[in-house]
Design a protein around this ligand. Structure first.
Ligand SMILES: *Cc1c(COP(=O)(O)O)cnc(C)c1O
Length: 391
């Protein structure tokens, strides 16, 4: 079974996992991360959502409206609510999967504190439009959610630098991983020092127990992504037996993981550092395969593919289909797992209907019709097996 995503792990991560812990593992990871993103500061957190939560706090936002996409990872509004603010959802635009920035501008009120601009699936957010919003409302903080788009570019400009700060997610399904983990980058010295002090004072020190759990989890990933084993796991998943392990959200609850206030572990920092060195080649590979998919599917009428976008990271290669389950089944029979990355539009979820403001038709459509293709594998395999599988 070809998995829908797979972390780029080799012996290098194993070596990093078993090397002797050093006092400055986390600092070194932060420093290398900041360098790779071309920013002055990077501050590590246990999850991307924890990073966002503390960023909102560090910006002194409280009882404010925070504008975010209806079609994004549900952990984003979780962090907004936990920070004591209110999410205001904005529908997507039709020509890519990102939030419609015209609607975002219309959603601004005198109580708006921040806009979370997200480059979903790696499609870069429109920085020209964002600039014009920023000019009109300079007091509103622009936060880049780069969970899918570390160093995506809009007309050559790196996304992460356009705003007060950028957040990143580093779990195993992201572009690079530190097992779990999150990061904030910024050029703002005052903000950075506030975030460092939060990291030191408001978060608990990572315990040995947590490090050990992370090590065990990492070691389990190696066989888990081995194809025969992955097939078995996938079958259990289809039977609903894996939900406890793989389902990361509950339709009805606004909640954080138990250890969301326990700092990033040293082992995670070492894995992150090893992954950072592979960063450029990982992105290159994803872009190459995604470009090839774009060409392969271009002539098909049963699937809608976005035009290839230069500057996108293609964290996922996502397309729109009519009958999603039929596609999943067809590929499953051929030993290929397709993904449904975001299968919800947040304002329609039980826990968030109270924040809904009317209809979000485009994101609702996406939540029902998007599908994503494995774009981590060898391009020759992708050519042979993916484009033709359902033709
Ligand atoms: C993964 C993700 C995050 C952060 O996720 P964590 O699991 O908390 O690290 C934030 N935004 C988006 C769009 C994501 O996909």
């Amino acid at each position: 079974m070809i998995p829908r995503f797979k972390p780029y792990f080799s012996w290098k991560e194993l070596k990093a996992a078993f090397s002797i812990p050093k006092k400055d593992n986390v600092e070194r990871f932060e420093k290398a991360f900041a360098e790779e993103m071309g920013q002055r500061y990077a501050i590590a957190f246990p999850y991307g959502r924890t990073a966002l939560l503390f960023l909102l706090k560090a910006l002194d936002l409280k009882d404010k409206e925070v504008i975010c996409p209806a079609y994004t990872c549900v952990v984003v509004p979780h962090a907004i609510v936990y920070s004591g603010n209110k999410p205001v959802f904005v529908d997507s635009q039709e020509y890519d999967f990102n939030m419609d920035l015209n609607l975002a501008e219309q959603a601004i009120t005198e109580n708006t504190g921040a806009i979370i601009a997200t480059s979903i699936f790696g499609y870069p957010v429109d920085l020209d439009k964002l600039d014009s919003i920023h000019k009109r409302f300079p007091h509103i903080k622009i936060i880049q959610d780069c969970a899918h788009s570390f160093s995506a570019k809009w007309k050559g400009r790196p996304i992460q630098k356009e705003g007060i700060a950028a957040i990143y997610g580093l779990n195993i399904s992201k572009l690079i991983t530190s097992i779990f983990g999150g990061m904030i980058t910024t050029d703002n010295e005052e903000l950075a020092s506030k975030l460092y002090s939060f990291q030191q004072e408001k978060l608990k020190r990572a315990t040995l127990r947590k490090s050990f759990k992370r090590l065990v989890y990492l070691l389990a990933l190696y066989p888990a992504f081995w194809e025969p084993i992955y097939g078995i796991i996938n079958r259990l998943e289809r039977l609903g037996l894996m939900d406890r392990f793989t389902k990361y959200y509950d339709e009805n609850a606004i909640e954080m993981p138990k250890d969301y206030l326990e700092n990033l572990t040293k082992i995670e920092a070492r894995i992150g550092l090893a992954q950072l060195k592979k960063y450029d080649s990982i992105i290159d590979n994803k872009i190459k395969i995604s470009k090839r998919y774009t060409e392969m599917f271009a002539t098909r009428e049963d699937i809608k593919i976005l035009p290839f976008k230069a500057g996108a990271t293609y964290s996922h290669f996502t397309a729109l289909v009519g009958d999603r389950n039929a596609w999943l089944e067809d590929y499953y029979k051929k030993g290929i797992q397709l993904g449904i990355l975001i299968e919800y539009s947040i304002p329609y979820m039980q826990a968030y209907v109270k924040f809904s403001r009317g209809d979000y038709p485009v994101s609702k459509y996406f939540s029902e019709h998007t599908i994503n293709f494995p774009n981590w594998l060898e391009i020759t395999f992708a050519e042979k097996n993916i484009g033709s599988a359902n033709g």
